[in-house]
Design a protein around this ligand. Sequence first.
Ligand code: SME
Length: 147
Amino acid sequence: MHYNIAENKINEIINSEISDKLQKIVDFLYNNFDHYSWIGIYIAQGDHLVLGPWNGEQATVHTKIPFGKGICGSAAATGKTEIIPDVNDDTRYLSCFLSTNSEIVVPIKRDNEIIAEIDIDSNKKNAFSNEDKIFLEKIADMLKEHI
Ligand code: SME
């Protein structure tokens, strides 16, 4: 076998294992927290966020979001968690689902660089508390070495 074919194959295996792990975490959060109505992990690629593993009733059209755009892009630009109690009140909001009322976006940072984000929509207004923020920031910190 050619070394470069083997290298590509090994790279594919490494990447698939990473996305399997992320998918399991997304599924776990989706299945165990009622107020998490849609959850996705966006991966930073250059100056964009690209949607990776997700779970929810519907797919989103926002699979590639530039840094600075929407709530996701704002959190990527500032490096700070965004909690939006009512998405209808925030002009930055990029609408995905009519059912969404509130949203939390938690950046995943490694060495001060944004490498990914956890994005959660809720069908309830004001669904995300400081407890969600602390919890999800902890998860983001746990994930930073696995992305
Ligand atoms: N609402 C996000 C876009 C992603 S969807 O929620 C899945 C935003 O404003 O950036």
